[in-house]
Design a protein around this ligand. Structure first.
Ligand code: FES
Length: 199
């Protein structure tokens, strides 16, 4: 009688599969290579480059919240009471508002402290009773009238008012130009003090 091998063959194969396998030999772990000085230098370079880049980004982001704004002085402001100013030239507002407050026999007036040549700020020279421009030597008398150097005309005067509290209000955007020919200020507005307070 012929043997039936058709069932016994797979059985043999599966019993082989159940045999415990020999444990796999672990591959030896390779020892970590030590950093060379070149590696350390490269790593430091990358780190510092990244840190610099991130700092730059943060600065740019923060700068966004501080727009470039020019803080200019006010152009309409009070300077105290007329009685605060005696005869002569008072320079106490020169730094803050670029003006000189002057009084003569006619009244109180305010000169805008800008040379009419190229716009420098002249210096008041009390000993010589004149304004002297340090840039190109123009000279102006105590009323701001030019008389030496390249300045082509007198210095401008500010519009003045008395505010409701009785203080002198200066408008340094509203300036008066003196016409040497007619000896009058140009663009005087009727019904206003113009550049002179008779006080
Ligand atoms: S700017 Fe004053 S003399 Fe030139």
């Amino acid at each position: 009688m012929a043997e039936d091998h058709s069932e016994s063959a797979p059985k043999a194969a599966s019993s082989e599969a159940l045999q415990p396998r020999a444990p796999r030999q672990k591959e030896p772990v390779q020892a970590k290579a030590k950093d060379t000085p070149g590696d350390t230098g490269r790593r430091a370079f990358v780190f510092h480059t990244m840190a610099g880049f991130i700092t730059l980004l943060i600065v740019c982001f923060a700068r966004f919240f501080f727009p470039r704004t020019l803080f200019e002085p006010k152009t309409r402001f009070t300077i105290g009471y007329p009685g605060d100013y005696g005869f002569g030239v008072d320079t106490k507002w020169q730094q803050k508002y670029r003006i000189w407050v002057c009084r003569n026999a006619s009244g109180l007036f305010v000169i805008y402290a800008r040379c009419t040549h190229l716009g420098c700020t002249p210096d008041w020279k009390p000993a010589e009773n004149k304004f002297k421009c340090p840039c190109h030597g123009s000279g102006f008398d105590a009323e701001g009238m030019n008389y030496e150097g390249p300045a082509p005309k007198p210095m401008l005067r500010c519009h003045l008012e008395i505010d409701p509290t009785g203080q002198v209000l200066v408008d340094s955007l509203n300036l008066y130009d003196f016409d040497v020919g007619t000896k009058q200020f140009k663009n005087l507005q009727p019904g206003t003090n113009g550049p002179l307070l008779v006080v």
